[in-house]
Design a protein around this ligand. Structure first.
Ligand SMILES: [Zn+2]
Length: 116
């Protein structure tokens, strides 16, 4: 049973990593994702082109944040599978509903403690 969730989580992790890799790089020390630095060589003094670059950076940062949050949830769920606490509510330590885990294997709480 848990193996199915592990498989799902690993797939989700691979997808998230792929999306993040298209947007930025993961700092090997902090494990934080950062927008890939543009090659600033040949940078012109044209203020418009610099503004575009900044917008592109902002846009990518805005995309990275939710992906990164999801990835850390998925990684935390995988860690719970390893330490045997997977499927237990973070609040009441009761079992998380099967349907909820199927919809979101990275869920940390039972339905009653959603958003707790
Ligand atoms: Zn609960």
């Amino acid at each position: 049973m848990t193996t199915d969730y592990k498989h799902k989580l690993e797939e989700e992790k691979a997808v998230l990593m792929g999306e993040l890799a298209g947007l930025g790089n993961r700092d090997p020390k902090s494990h934080e994702w950062e927008v890939t630095a543009e090659n600033t060589e040949g940078e012109t003094a044209d203020p418009n082109s610099n503004a575009d670059r900044f917008e592109d950076f902002e846009e990518k940062s805005a995309l990275i944040t939710p992906l990164e949050a999801k990835l850390s949830q998925v990684e935390a769920a995988l860690a719970r599978i390893e330490d045997g606490t997977f499927g237990k509510c973070r609040v009441c330590h009761g079992p998380i509903e099967e349907a909820r885990l199927q919809a979101n294997p990275a869920a940390e709480t039972c339905i009653a403690h959603l958003e707790a």
